[in-house]
Design a binder for this molecule. Structure first.
Ligand code: SF4
Length: 338
């Protein structure tokens, strides 16, 4: 089980890159990076509220190993006393694949970092280029290997529906990422955020955003790739925030229940595979799933039930909970109505 997390937000100040989906250039100047003292203060305050829990500290929001070296070490120095006294259990951070090398990894190890999250985003060179990422798929492979060789936990992040991408390329990306054996993945279908190049590209018709439903359907296939490889998906879809909900998310895959929608798409595909195995045709279907999976099997607003009725002509779709069925399995029985 994941321990609780004290998040420290490091704004993307001074990032020299131009990822089309990122609004860091527009927010630069409005947000300032904390100093080491502020980081230590934030951790102390959070610990007071956690009463006895031993959390991890996570540096989010920036490319941690790409920030200016003295500031990066200032942050690590600020967390060290908490690690040394056992008040926090570890440190995690996110960064870019081309900002990882042996030297920076040895600094991170010295300061007790245990988990590194890499923004891979895509493993297709054209998609990386069209998205302005400024790194290659080979950078992702090399950085991942180094991180694992040095004994860190590795989390890889990927995006779907980026410019120049399609279903095939997104699934290829998931498969290539699975080959790197990360300890977990985060999957972020693309959201068009206000004040980004992607917003301009959308207005000019050079990019067509996906809908949340399209993102969830493709997400179901991506989840299958990782589940079949035994790799946990620790997040699907952007965390809803007040700003995004208030209009910063202009279009694309922004929906507070996106993760659940993708899970429903995944369960629909499991169900369809079971239907294809049966030779019975009939008027009705009884689907058995673990009781905790009834709602994802049914889908938002019973979407899966409607799809099954329409596609296979069932006049009745019944979903039953059965605790003998493992959580990632579906069992079906098709019968003629009496
Ligand atoms: S690397 Fe890309 S996503 Fe990250 S801060 Fe820079 S421009 Fe934004």
């Amino acid at each position: 089980m994941m321990s609780s997390i004290i998040p420290i937000f490091i704004p993307h100040l001074g990032c020299p890159h131009d990822c089309v989906f990122c609004n860091q250039k527009k927010i630069a100047g409005k947000t300032s990076a904390p100093d080491g003292e502020t980081v230590a203060h934030t951790i102390s305050e959070a610990l007071d509220k956690l009463s006895g829990e031993v959390p991890e500290v996570a540096f989010y929001g920036g490319s941690f190993t790409a920030i200016e070296r003295t500031l990066m070490i200032e942050y690590l120095e600020a967390t060290k006393p908490f690690l040394d006294t056992g008040k926090i259990s570890g440190l995690r951070l996110s960064t870019r694949p081309d900002s990882i090398d042996g030297e920076v990894l040895s600094i991170l190890k010295e300061y007790g970092v245990n988990t590194i999250e890499l923004g891979a985003q895509s493993m297709d060179e054209n998609v990386l280029k069209a998205s302005g990422r400024g790194h290659t798929a080979e950078n992702v492979r090399c950085a991942s290997r180094l991180i694992k060789e040095e004994g860190f936990s590795l989390i890889l992040q990927m995006m779907t529906h980026l410019p120049q991408s399609d279903k095939e390329k997104d699934i290829y990306t998931a498969k290539e990422i699975a080959k790197l054996s990360p300890d977990g993945v985060r999957v972020y279908p693309t959201v068009v955020v206000r004040d980004t190049y992607l917003e301009e590209m959308t207005k000019e018709g050079r990019y067509i955003p996906c809908t949340p439903e399209e993102a969830a359907d493709r997400g179901g296939e991506i989840l299958a790739v990782f589940r079949n490889s035994g790799i946990p998906v620790i997040r699907f879809g952007l965390n809803p925030t007040d700003d995004l909900s208030a209009g910063e998310a202009v279009s694309g895959a922004y929906h507070p229940a996106l993760g659940e929608m993708a899970m429903s798409a995944y369960y629909l595909s499991l169900c369809e595979k079971e239907i294809e195995k049966t030779e019975n045709s009939g008027d009705a279907i009884e689907i058995r799933v673990h009781p905790r999976r009834i709602s994802v099997m049914s889908g938002q607003k019973k979407r899966n039930k409607d799809i099954l009725s329409e596609k296979y002509g069932f006049c009745k779709v019944v979903i039953l909970g059965d605790s003998d069925i493992p959580e990632d399995k579906v069992s079906v029985r098709i019968y003629k109505k009496a």
